[in-house]
Structures are given as C-alpha cells and as structure tokens.
Design a protein around this ligand. Sequence first.
Ligand SMILES: [Zn+2]
Length: 538
Amino acid sequence: MQVTCLGGVRTVTGTCFLCRHRNVSFLVDCGMFQGGRDVEKRNRGRFPFDPSGISAVFLTHAHIDHSGLLPKLVRGGFRGKIYATAATEDLCRIMLPDSGHIQQMEAEWQTRKNQRLGQSPVEPLYTVEDAERTLPLFQEISYGVPFSPFPDLTICFRDAGHILGSAFIEISFPGESGNQKALFSGDLGHPGQFIVRDPEPPPRADFVFMESTYGNRLHRPMEDTLEELAGILRQAARDRGKIIIPAFAVERTQELLHALHKLQTEDRIPVLSTYVDSPLAISATTIFRRHPECFDEETLRVLATGDNPLEMPSLSFSRTAEESQALNELAGPLIIISASGMCDAGRIKHHLKHNLWKPENHVVIIGFQAQGTLGRKLVEGARKIKIFREDVTVAAKVHTLGGFSAHADQNGLLEWIGKMDPPAGQVFVVHGEESISLEFASRLKQRFAFPVQVPHVMEDLWLAEPSRDEKMAALAEGDRLVQESAENVLHRIQALSERIAGQSWETDPVLLHHMEKELRKIRRHAEKLGKMVGVEAD
Ligand SMILES: [Zn+2]
C-alpha cells in the first residue's frame, strides 16, 4: 500500500492521507487547514488527485481539521462512501453545513471587498448545499467490528477517546510476507477526560501514523486543573466579574459543563449563571445526549442518579443573535462559554471585545491555540489586541488551563504506543507543529527500537514493497495505457492519410487547416506516449 500525506504533517490541521492499494484509492480523513489566512490558502488549491477516482473516505472524527474538506471533495466529484461512527456522522450533520455557511459568508464578504476595488467576485470553497450533498454518503460503523469494503482490505475502528465518536483506524492489507496492518491514530484523547472513555490500547501494527499535538508537553493533572478553575470562579464571584471561556463547540463545551457540575455538586464554587452562547455548541449538546454508548463509566454513573450536567438549572443557552447581545447587558458574576475555541471567529470575538478591557473580568483558555490565532496572542500575554479592526486593551486576567485538553500529552502518547505488543514495525509522527513532531520523534527513538520518521507534505510512503501481483498489475496498467495511446496515434495517422488521398492540397486551404490541427493532436499523443516510455519528444 502506498500512502501520500496531503496535510496534517508538520502542522496540526488539514489532516488527509491518500492511500492507494492495487487499483483502489481511498482517504483517511479530509480535513481543513485552519489558523490564519496564509495557512487557510491551502484549502483553495485543487486536490492533487481526482476526487471522482476516490472510492471511500475513512473518517476518524468530526473535528473540522479532519472532516472539513469533505464537501469540497463532493463538489469535486467524489461519490464514494464516508465510513464513520454513528456519533461522528451525527456531529458532521451539524458541523459540515455550519462550515459551508461560514465559507459562504466569507466569500460574500470578500466579494463585496473586491467589488469596491473593481476586482472579480470570490467563489466559496463550498456551500451549505455541498455540505448537505455530503451527508447521504455517510455509512455508519461500530467500534471493534471489522469490515471489508474492498477485496484484500479489512478496516476496524477503535475508540480513540478524543471526542464523542472519535476513532483510530486499523487497515489490514496483504503485503509481500503475509497480511500487514497500518494504524491511523486520528487524535488521541487524554486519559481521565470527562464524558468519553479512555483511548483503547492499540493492536499490533506494522505501520503507525501517530498524532503529536502535545508531543512535547505534559498536562497538569485534572484535579489540579479543576482546583485552579474553582479558584478563578470564586475570585470572579467576589469581584462580580464575568468569566469568558472560549471553547470548541464540540466536546470541550460539554466537558466544561461536566466540570462545572462537579464543582457545584461538591460545593467547591458558588452556583453561577452559565450561558452557552454558540448555536453549534447547543446543537452538539443535543447530539451528546443522544449517544450514551460513547460515555465513560463516571458519566453513566452521574446520569444514573437522574442528574444531567448538560441540563443544570443554572445553565442557559443563547441561540439567537439578540440573546447573545443581551449578555452584554447582564451584570456579573456569570460564565459565558462561546465559540470558536481559538477566538478567531464566531460570537466569542464580540464577548472578548466587550469584556477584555475590564479588570474585574477573567478569560479562561482551556484549549489548544494554533499559531496566528487571536487565542494564541492572549495566551502569549498580548496587552493589546485587534478585534474587528479595533484596538482593545487586555485588562482582564487571562488564565491558561492545560488539563482540559482532549489530546493526550507526551506521557499519554508514549504510554499508548508502548502498549503495543510486540512493538510497532515503524512509526510516522504526524499532526503536530513541526518542531513538536520532531521533538516527539526523538523521544520515541530514545524509548523504543522501531524506526521513526516525520513525513513531509506530499511525501509518498510505501508501506510495503509492492507484491508480485501489484508489480504485475502496475505493469499491465502501464502496458494498457501505452497500447491505448499508440492505437490512438495510429488511428489519427490513418484518418489523416485517408483525407489527403486524392486531394490537391495547395488548392484546398480548409484541408490544410484540418491537417495542421490533426498534426498538433498527433504530436500531443506522441509526447504523452513518449513520456510513458521515458522518451522526450523533439
Ligand atoms: Zn480532533
């Protein structure tokens, strides 16, 4: 099998692996690049493959950096199946149309800007309609049940413990010395996370594509993080301040609600009015309620008592823009949880603009902040930031809590791969900022005996020497193409000869024109043929 890393290598977004096995091409994830204008330009180019030639997509989880280009794939002609767990499918039902809406809004905004400059309009990357055409292609998969969508390939999804429905994917394929297995980790969860189970131990694999988002860091223990959060909330309550928490709509918002519920029921914080201000987070919360099959034991135990952290009496949801704006008028103390998680879009920007300049307020950062985002600037201690082209002084206290991560830290990653017995054949470190992936790769080399590599974008990796059958198939395909081209050239020469026969072409300019056209076509075919057999046309 051949794997080409199209994104999510030496960076944390845009995860997409193009896999080719014999005559089948498929993708593992089809993610969007995120984190500033330069990075996001990478979403715009053509796919380096023909989407209509892709037979299937195996989707690890619903996060947009893994799923966000699926509608673009469909727009480009993809008609295969998208295999995912039921919870991932449900989350994509809200996240992909939401992303389509954002794409359309951005294109409209850019078009208006261009028109003022006399420039041409901008097409959206994809539309809500493209996203909706993507949804019927989903095919539900259960954890731990192997299936064979194509001859020779067996796929199995296992719980990655990262977000609701997340999976790592095992792919078994025949190699030269019997069956081999490749494993795509997707994003691996942080053991002890709220709601979802811990990641399953990995089965033995010959090749592992392993994420490294936090490959250089250790998270604080959850209990310390909870105590730190409780301290901030108690302080804010005394100051009558507002607590603004940017959170990813999916998973992080719901985990945070579980944490607040725990702190309240254990009497560690006063009961504070809490507002979830993100339509996407509200829809995602409904989906969480529908998928108890993904919950860990602690969550099931809390639910069994009749208590539901997602339905606390102190909790309100603001769905409309008016409800969101009304939060500006309310007096503290209160908690506002809003998206986007990296503060670069959505309603959180309004809340930051209204609250950052007041010293009694608190901003609590609980998730990963990519380079170039507004959230990253806050974490790095900026004293002034630009929101909606206006300078805003940062007078509120900004806190960063590491323990809420939905990603395993360095120890979590090392423990996970260390459970593989016997050890992996080879590990490819992916999904991390470049310096972090390199650092994590050297950690792996120190600890384990297997070869470790940090692939580059567009790098082709042969997971196994092509088998005799694969070589024969490749040769046969090459022969077929050469033969087809040769036949085409001969056919054109023949047709041309027939036209010339019996004609006096000095007196027939139309024929001359046709001949020139035909000769150009023949030349193109000859060049194509030459390329296939390694000969340059002169
Ligand atoms: Zn993720």
